[in-house]
Design a protein around this ligand. Structure first.
Ligand SMILES: C[S@@+](CC[C@H](N)C(=O)[O-])C[C@H]1O[C@@H](n2cnc3c(N)ncnc32)[C@H](O)[C@@H]1O
Length: 279
């Protein structure tokens, strides 16, 4: 029996195209179309938006995004075995699904998208964090996208929304909360996926702020936070020693006591330190 959107159920799609999941591509598919619709709705009002999806796989989330009214979905998929399933969806929604066979870390998507753009994806876990950091750290802000709605391992999701003092607080929290409002909107148990991964998952929704909360150069902020949290239990004067012999002076100039630890420093402090380091 066809699903509500008139296309075959995802289990049938997977069987027809023999999409046996490949671990090295992070393939844990969502086969419940109610769930993929829920994630698409969490992306906000899609009417009139282009939506970038990384890793559409058999297309469950793609179908949700199209049914929720996306003007166009641009889907970037690395696995050629998924293309026939995507072609069926494209035929069902004429002119609204464009897909690119390629690696999302290499494809230039900008020439295929028109503003306003939202990004929504059940990301392959092995490239998820790298893509997120790239989307958060363009030189020029605002970025090309308005919002990100992304599935991660739950632990990564917790790192994105973590506050100072928590074990999860680190580079991801700082980069995300610097330029977006970030919150977890959905938690999913392993059984929601086929095959089930070992860990729980969660969807994070990040809304781009018109301006970063505090001025800083993205590359410097990224570097300073990466180094600081690499040795998170050490005092900053030791953890940041590799950034130069005058690091204690720079910390003080940024209003940070050099004996404090990275996990105690709020976003504002790291931005002040990034400005000092850029001088
Ligand atoms: C977790 S699955 C999600 C599939 C589908 N969106 C779903 O929700 O069922 C991740 C998908 O990303 C694809 N993928 C893995 N690495 C990729 C990369 N570097 N670029 C683009 N797609 C990739 C995989 O082939 C797979 O289809």
């Amino acid at each position: 029996m066809a699903a509500l959107d008139g296309l075959p159920p995802l289990r049938e799609v997977i069987a027809t195209h023999e999409l046996v999941a490949k671990k090295q591509l992070g393939q844990n598919f969502l086969l419940d179309l109610n769930l993929t619709s829920k994630i698409a709705r969490a992306a906000g009002d899609l009417t009139g938006c282009d939506v970038l999806e990384v890793g559409p796989g058999p297309g469950g989330l793609t179908r949700g995004l199209l049914a929720e009214g996306a003007r166009k979905v641009l889907a970037v998929e690395k696995d050629p075995r998924c293309i026939p399933a995507l072609e069926e969806i494209a035929a069902h929604y004429p002119g609204r699904l464009e897909f690119i066979l390629g690696d999302a870390l290499e494809v230039n998507v900008l020439e295929h998208l028109e503003a306003p753009v939202r990004i929504c994806a059940n990301l392959p876990y092995n490239v998820g964090t790298e893509l997120l950091v790239r989307w958060l750290t363009p030189k020029v802000w605002p970025a090309f996208w308005q919002s990100l709605t992304l599935m991660f391992q739950r632990e990564v999701a917790e790192r994105i929304v973590a506050k100072p003092g928590s074990n999860h607080y680190g580079r991801l929290a700082i980069l995300a909360q610097w330029r977006t409002d970030a919150r977890i909107v959905l938690s999913l148990p392993p059984e929601a996926f086929s095959p089930p991964p070992k860990v729980h998952s969660a969807v994070v929704h990040l809304t781009a702020l018109p301006e970063p909360r505090f001025p800083a150069d993205p590359k410097v902020l990224e570097r300073v936070t990466a180094v600081a949290f690499n040795q998170r239990r050490k005092m900053l004067r030791s953890a940041l020693k590799s950034l130069g012999p005058d690091i204690e002076d720079r910390l003080r100039a940024a209003g940070i006591e050099p004996t404090r630890r990275a996990e105690e420093i709020p976003l504002e402090g790291f931005c002040a330190l990034a400005r000092e380091m850029a001088k």
